[in-house]
Structure formats: structure tokens, C-alpha cells
Design a protein around this ligand. Structure first.
Ligand code: USQ
Length: 384
């Protein structure tokens, strides 16, 4: 399969390129290095050193005996995008090329607009470019479980049956996003559904939970294949941050009570699920939604696991409950489905403890690299 990865230089994109190449697929990629610049803008770094793109590309070619075709461009450049799709004629496009941070989008008006413009217009350009250049390709687009919010009923996969005043229909499940970033993903989802219905594009929209981890089952033993691991308040996600905090002996920052619950999945599972979706494409005109996570956990439960594993490795971690900088429900019902991927062969296992231990081992060798950035562990962006 010829797969184009948008956002190939990112936390998921780079290991996905390796994952697919190891399975024999041809991989090409697009990136504008916005993530590298945004983490720099936060005054932070990746906890694990990452190679620049030229070194990544030469490691890729040496390992898989074929080059990775790469284009440096933003999805906001529509003409360039059409030209790339016309040249590559991909069988599938994995769209990871967005600003992924809720906190970044809540910094101020400028970052809110930047996030929505980049994500919504970039994705809209992609839909139009696919229509023009490769209407038969499969778009595998990354959405987020956060699009649904935390409703007081179970969360189906994208659609549910509704009976209202004696009539029934299958309708999109309500989206109640909790940040400007999550709203950008909601807007993307609506546009994607429209494009499938109107232009006959084939689209899988993955509502992914929070991903954690430093490596995958298919990461070659060469540091140029390492993916980034962020810990700043915008680009570091809960478990990744807790691991980095434990390594430099900073308290693990639970926002509020820690009872808030989300779906989480290790990096390997994320890539395995994306591969399953690629191997089982939807029909022309079909827009399908997969909820993608391994298990749900409360933030407190996660912090306890990191504390326990860090302590076992000789790094006694402390937990601190901070006033929650976000406007989010802390005590809530949470029961999302995730059956579609299981039907395609995904086997969720509880890997949390094992993966956290591996992460702590991978990160602790970089302790002195992270320590000067300890101030990046504290949140400062207020939702309200
Ligand atoms: N949290 C803490 N302490 C921290 C960091 C986070 O208690 O130091 C809490 C937050 O309050 C929140 C939960 O952990 O309740 C998750 O926060 P997060 O920063 O790990 O993740 P989130 O902002 O939801 O966004 C991340 C990714 C995003 C993806 C999303 C999936 O950045 O790209 O879409 O996870 S989901 O959460 O399912 O929407």
C-alpha cells in the first residue's frame, strides 16, 4: 500500500512511518515542523532527543532499503497539496497534521485562532485536494475522544439511533468539546462527513484517546528512530508528563480531584489500530467512526501507577493536587464503546504498568537534560 502520512515528523507520525515500512508498505510524508517550533515557543524541549529530518530520512532509507519521499509544506498551501496528491496518488492518507493541544488553544485569542485556522482550514483543503487529485484514496483522519465530552450516557462510535416524537433515525452523536482545540476536531469531523456524503470520499475518523509511550514494538534500535516526548503544559499529555515529572523528582501534577476519566492507549496500540483501519478501508461515500483507546482510567489512578513504578525503580515520586486550570467535569459518568476496532482484530490488554516502567527507564537517562526545564511542569494557562 502507498501511504501518505501528514504530520510525519510528529509524535505519532514518525513511529507510524516505521511501523508501516516494517510491514512492507511504501511511506511518504508531509510536515511543516510546526510541532518542533511550537514546543520551542513554549520554552521547552522533547525529553528524549530527536534527530532532525535529514537524519531521520537517512536512517529510514538505511533500515528499510528504500527512501521516504518527503515534502515540507503546510496543509494551508492548497495548490501544493493538490500537486503532491497528484504526484503520489496514495492509496491512503493518514492525517495527523494538526495542532494537537487543548491548552495551547486556550492560551489567548491568537493561539485559539491559530489552532482553529491551521486545523480546520488545513483539513478542509485536504478534503478538496482529495476530491481533485485522488478521490478513491482512503482518508484515515485523527479525531479525538474529547469531541464527545463527558455526557451522562454511554458514548457510541460516532452515531446512535434516536427516537423522537414517534420517528427514528441514526444521527451523529452530540459533540460537546471542552477546548477550542477539541472544537477544531469537531468542525473537522462535520466537514469530513459532508465530503464523504457529497463527493463519495472514503473516510475513517478515529476518535483517539490520550496516547502514552516512548517506543513501539517495531522501533529499530537506533536513536534516530526515537520519537519526541513532550512534558510542557501544552504538548505534554498526562502520563507522559507524569513520567518526566517523576524522573526529575517534581511532584506529579493532578489537576483538581483527579477523578476525571479518559480513554488511554499505548503508542504501539495506537499504531496497530491505525494499521487495522488502513487494511480494512471503507467503501466510497462511507464515513465511519472508530473510538480508539485501550482502557479508561481516572487521572488519579494513572498518577498512582507512575508513582508506584517510579518508586520501584528508586525514584520516590510525590503527587500534588493543583487547583484545576481547566473547566472540566471532575466527577462524571464515562462509558465509551470501542467495538469497531475489536471487530477488525484489535486485542486490548492492560499494558499500563509495563509501558510506564519502560518509559521511566527510557526517560531517566535524560534526567539532566530535562531538569533545567522543571518550570515547564507547572500549568499556567487558565480555561476561564
Ligand atoms: N491532567 C492532569 N495533570 C496534568 C495534565 C493533564 O491532571 O499534568 C488531566 C487534565 O485535566 C485532563 C486529562 O489529564 O483531565 C487529560 O489531559 P491531557 O493533557 O493528557 O490530554 P488532553 O488535553 O485531553 O489532550 C490530549 C492530546 C490531544 C488528544 C486528546 C485525546 O493532547 O491531542 O486529542 O488527548 S482526549 O483526551 O481523549 O480528547
Amino acid at each position: 500500500m502507498n501511504v501518505l502520512i501528514l504530520g510525519v515528523d510528529g509524535y505519532l507520525g514518525w513511529p507510524l512511518a516505521q511501523w508501516l515500512a516494517a510491514a512492507g508498505h511504501t511511506v511518504c510524508g508531509v510536515d511543516n515542523f510546526l510541532r518542533r517550533k511550537a514546543v520551542q515557543e513554549m520554552g521547552s524541549i522533547s525529553a528524549i532527543p530527536i534527530a532532525d529530518w535529514a537524519d531521520r530520512a537517512s536512517a529510514f532509507e538505511a533500515c528499510y532499503s528504500r527512501p521516504i519521499t518527503f515534502y515540507e509544506t503546510s496543509l494551508l498551501d492548497y495548490e501544493r497539496l493538490v500537486a503532491i496528491l497528484g504526484e503520489m496518488v496514495p492509496d491512503a492518507i493518514v492525517h495527523l497534521g494538526e495542532i494537537p493541544s487543548a491548552a495551547y488553544s486556550m492560551r489567548d485569542a491568537e493561539h485559539a485562532a491559530l489552532t482553529q485556522h491551521n486545523n480546520v482550514i488545513g483539513s478542509l483543503n485536504l478534503l478538496w485536494a482529495m476530491r481533485a487529485a485522488c478521490p478513491d484514496a482512503h482518508l484515515l483522519k485523527l479525531g479525538t475522544m474529547g469531541e464527545y465530552g463527558t455526557p451522562n450516557i454511554a458514548i457510541p462510535e460516532g452515531f446512535f439511533e434516536v427516537e423522537f416524537r414517534g420517528r427514528k433515525d441514526i444521527l451523529p452523536f452530540p459533540r460537546q468539546a471542552g477546548s477550542i482545540y477539541h472544537l477544531s476536531k469537531v468542525h473537522d469531523s462535520h466537514n469530513a462527513l459532508f465530503a464523504a456524503k457529497t463527493w463519495g470520499l472514503r473516510i475513517t475518523d478515529v476518535m483517539q484517546g490520550v496516547v502514552y509511550g516512548t517506543r513501539t514494538d517495531r522501533t529499530p534500535p537506533d536513536e534516530r528512530f526515537a520519537t519526541r516526548l513532550d512534558f510542557d503544559e501544552c504538548f505534554g499529555t498526562a502520563i507522559n508528563r507524569f513520567v518526566c515529572q517523576a524522573v526529575i523528582d517534581c511532584p506529579l501534577t493532578i489537576y483538581g480531584s483527579g477523578s476525571q476519566t479518559r480513554g488511554f492507549l499505548p503508542l504501539s496500540d495506537s499504531l496497530r489500530c491505525l494499521e487495522l483501519a488502513l487494511l480494512n478501508p471503507p467503501n466510497r461515500g462511507e464515513y465511519r467512526v472508530f473510538n480508539q483507546f485501550e482502557y479508561t482510567y481516572s487521572i488519579s489512578a494513572l498518577a498512582d501507577v507512575v508513582k508506584q513504578e517510579a518508586t520501584a525503580l528508586g525514584m520516590p515520586a510525590q503527587i500534588e493536587h493543583l487547583a484545576n486550570p481547566r473547566s472540566e467535569c471532575e466527577e462524571h459518568f464515562y462509558q465509551p464503546d470501542r467495538e469497531h476496532l475489536v471487530r477488525l482484530g484489535y486485542e486490548p490488554h492492560d499494558h499500563l504498568t509495563q509501558v510506564v516502567r519502560g518509559m521511566l527507564e527510557d526517560v531517566r537517562v535524560h534526567r539532566s537534560r530535562i531538569e533545567p526545564y522543571a518550570q515547564n511542569m507547572r500549568p499556567s494557562i487558565q480555561w476561564s
